[in-house]
Design a protein around this ligand. Sequence first.
Ligand code: XMP
Length: 318
Amino acid sequence: NWKLTNYIEKTVAEIKEKVGDNKVILGLSGGVDSSVAAVLIHKAIGDQLNCIFVDTGLLRKDEDKKVMENYGKHFHMNIKLVEASERFLSKLAGVGDPEQKRKIIGNEFVHVFDEESKKIEGAKFLAQGTIYPDVIESQSVKGPSAVIKSHHNVGGLPEEMEFELLEPLRELFKDEVRKVGEELGIPHELVYRHPFPGPGLGIRVLGEVDAEKVRILQEADDIFIEELYKNDLYEKVSQAFVVLLPVKSVGVMGDERTYEYTAVVRSANTIDFMTATWSRLPYEFLDTVSSRIINEVRGINRVAYDISSKPPATIEWE
Ligand code: XMP
């Protein structure tokens, strides 16, 4: 596709010109935008790009390994993996209110990111995967990446962080970002991932969050997503995930009575994420997902399917 190739060549040249022999820092999240921005910038300046990947402990199962494998090993990008799970979980301990949790996660992310970026000496630029819709709706963005955005963007950079911004995707819509990503050689599956909220599983473990609940949710979610791919349904829905309720119910396994958590399977179809309908997933498929979750995930003995549309429900549960 000549238009994409042109776009990439032009942008790579612009990045080279702008950055010169300076260093660039980028917060890699595993999401589409930051990944495409990273690969594009890496193509232009190679090891002058320093990526920071923060494992908040609230990511999807094995996300840290996948990111290091895909972008570290495959694209040979320079990525610092920051293992910060305990920091996030200890700050979240005992907190049940969704907005409070969002604030804690966002603030902690900024702290960790600031600390790490200070360790990269002489960095002049901060790169971000800001895309055109983010530019227009800059007040409605949410989550850690957005916190970083507003932190550095709106009202100027904090004094001690004198970064210049590098936002190579600023003029692109999501579908264009995906095309650029594929053209750059990022696997199709990664470029077409569903959106994942900045606060991550912190708002999908309802109420108080702890390591055990996160583990349970990661396992259940991973099964659901795996089955969606296996049955060719992943790209037919807009966003799919599992929510862990703080509710236990009675069940029976073999001869034993169980008393364990309830998981909710959620899948939404939407164009703009402002309104959404629940995905009409086949019963047989839901049956498979339910059986697998209950049989394979220790800690869950009941699965429900969310059949609420937005509005009045939201896509997330918190
Ligand atoms: P709701 O739940 O409001 O979600 O219907 C609409 C879209 O926004 C995502 N979402 C978030 N993204 N930080 C984010 O980065 C957040 O705090 C947040 N809350 C919701 C949600 O996943 C869906 O794609």
